[in-house]
Design a protein around this ligand. Sequence first.
Ligand SMILES: Nc1ncnc2c1ncn2[C@@H]1O[C@H](COP(=O)(O)OP(=O)(O)OP(=O)(O)O)[C@@H](O)[C@H]1O
Ligand SMILES: [Mg+2]
Length: 296
Amino acid sequence: MTDDAPRIVVFGDVIDDIIVTPNGSIRPDTDTPSNIVRRGGGSAANTATWLAHLGVPVDFVGRVGVLDLERHSRVLREAAVRPMLAADHVLPTGTIVILVDGDTRSMLTERGANAALDPDSVSDAILDGASALHFTGYSLFDRTDTAGFSKLIKRARSRGVHVSVDPGSAGFIADFGSARFLDAIAGADMLFPNLDEGRQLTGFDDPREVATRLAKKFPVVALTMGAAGIIVASRGEVIELGVEQARTVDPTGAGDAFCAGFLSEWIVSRDPRAAAQAGSRLASRAVTVVGGRPTA
Ligand SMILES: Nc1ncnc2c1ncn2[C@@H]1O[C@H](COP(=O)(O)OP(=O)(O)OP(=O)(O)O)[C@@H](O)[C@H]1O
Ligand SMILES: [Mg+2]
């Protein structure tokens, strides 16, 4: 990494993933021996670690419970991400307990300190000289006032920083309101929805139609459809890309890795097709590893 290499700022969720696999069925009111694995997660933090894995200089702005500040900062640093974590003295670090029951996974989620992460914590000084700013819908969903996000997008763009958004969750967009969500992120340059999110945001079913509609609002749209491919719509052009089938071990974080791969190419070539191909290459690696971050 050199000091003048294009730098990316990622803003958003950092989570402790706790994956619980009971040995047999859960016995109520008494102990059930289980295999319990802890991992760093959070959609935005995962994207930051994939970017760093590709050698891109990356600043990560997030928020954790005060007791975890050192631990999460160290984990990110070890992944070559520059952590800029705020310590919350009231709320705990966001946590997801993933309860594995055969093929069923139940996610029990507490957003914790992530809910108090303010877009103003991305300072002008961090944005100065950056190539891109990336954040996800999760950072918006808890907020009643989204003006800070409009301001953040304006502050970035006025410095020539390209802004990308991963909507993150079709269910949360439905709760939040699609029109309200689109309003809050108006002015972003790039949108990376999966198909469910794209459908929720547009009210259309056909993937090509979904991508085309969103491209009227955002200059670059990459609609990801899992193993079924990607549709890139940008400035009147629509490109359909297949993906190389990977043997899926754990699909967690495929979308996060896609964003990282896309951005790593975008900041160099500004070519949406090449960027989507780079996103797809990285995501197909992500599905072959357990957890949402690269293994060293
Ligand atoms: N089985 C697979 N084989 C190869 N690539 C895959 C597979 N599943 C997903 N991908 C890649 O990952 C990208 C993102 O996947 P997907 O559309 O499922 O995103 P997502 O639903 O946002 O994922 P996530 O659950 O991680 O948020 C796809 O565009 C594709 O490139
Ligand atoms: Mg996703």
